[in-house]
Design a binder for this molecule. Structure first.
Ligand code: ADP
Ligand code: MG
Length: 313
């Protein structure tokens, strides 16, 4: 069966430098083109946590050190990260398509995503961006006015608000390209958060949209069958990191809801993936989601590994 598949790549698996990212993307292009070669319609989304953090940090230090350099807002940093990551994805996917004599175009869309200015998320920033810091460094940054949070046992990071995606501004362009058999890279880093104000027009919002929610929104809007979230772990676990840790092959909607309530998934990392996957799987009959690692993508797609989230009813 030919499916319409949204593949969401985790920013944390894309490396921390241009070289690391090229190496990761060159490898990632292979299972993605396998899907295309098998006849599926593939739409790519990706995260940008470390990358937008890196861009942000570079811009921040330029602002500090060069008097003529004005501060660069987070929305513009997200736009830059879409270009930086999209460039590698389109380049290596195109080369891989060419190698297999598949005649398809691939392009990245600088994508804006509408958010609600009254989203409660603006009151409690919780989305980690950028570099990891020690506890001591984090305390110093907090005194400078940043909100800091511990991230899945890996250290401390800056956090910003993470409102839910309401709509994708470029959705008609995306659909047009898909309907014409082209490969689209979109909602990078969850999309550039914007709102529309009557009389003023489109305004950027100080926030970062979770790419897992943006990918699920994209999958819903383009009526995809399958949402594949590729991240740093092969499966979703309950009791993650504990002695009784248990890796899951399959997760039903009801179990997912139960485990969320019991607190098995870390906010800002695995929780949004489970919520996005279950939201998509529950949204229409026949839709399902898969969470697996970038390295295991091929096996996961073949049904050999990963965690499948599906509405059993
Ligand atoms: P991405 O860049 O792909 O969004 P994240 O770092 O945000 O990746 O999320 C993936 C991480 O979530 C894993 O590397 C793992 O450390 C963490 N994690 C937290 N809770 C769980 C869980 N219950 N099962 C598996 N991984 C988990
Ligand atoms: Mg993440």
């Amino acid at each position: 069966m030919k499916n319409r598949i949204v593949v969401a790549l985790g920013g944390n698996a894309l490396g921390n430098s241009a070289k690391e990212q090229r190496d990761a993307v060159r490898e990632t292009a292979i299972p993605i083109v396998d899907l295309i070669e098998a006849g599926h319609e593939v739409i790519l989304a990706h995260g940008n946590g470390p990358q937008v953090g890196m861009i942000n940090l570079a811009m921040d230090s330029a602002t500090k050190n060069l008097p003529s350099f004005a501060e660069m807002p987070i929305t513009e940093c997200v736009a830059m990260s879409q270009g930086y990551i999209g460039y590698h994805l389109q380049r290596f996917i195109r080369d891989e398509l060419k190698r297999r004599n598949i005649d398809k175009e691939v392009a990245t869309i600088v994508t804006e995503v509408l958010v609600d200015g009254d989203d409660p998320a603006f009151k409690s920033p919780n989305k980690p961006i950028g570099a990891f810091y020690t506890k001591e460094e984090a305390e110093k940054l907090e005194k400078q006015g940043y909100t800091m949070m511990e991230d899945a046992g890996r250290g401390y990071r800056r956090v910003v608000a993470s409102p839910k995606p309401v709509d994708i501004v470029q959705k008609k362009t995306i659909k047009t390209l898909i309907d014409n058999s082209q490969i689209v890279i979109t909602v990078g880093g969850g999309g550039i958060p914007v709102k529309y104000v009557e009389g003023k027009g489109t305004l950027g919002e100080f926030a970062v949209i979770d790419k897992d929610f943006a990918s699920a929104k994209l999958a819903e809007l383009i009526d995809a069958d399958y949402l594949i979230i590729l991240t740093a772990v092969e499966k979703i676990a309950i009791n993650y990191g504990k002695e009784n840790e248990q890796w899951l092959d399959k997760l039903s909607i009801d179990d997912a809801k139960k485990y969320i309530k019991e607190g098995h998934f870390a906010p800002g990392s695995m929780l949004p993936k489970v919520e996005a996957a279950l939201g998509f799987a529950a949204s229409k009959q026949g839709r399902r989601a898969l969470v697996t690692s970038l390295e295991k993508a091929k096996d996961g797609i073949a049904g050999l590994t990963g965690t499948v989230i599906v509405d059993e009813k």
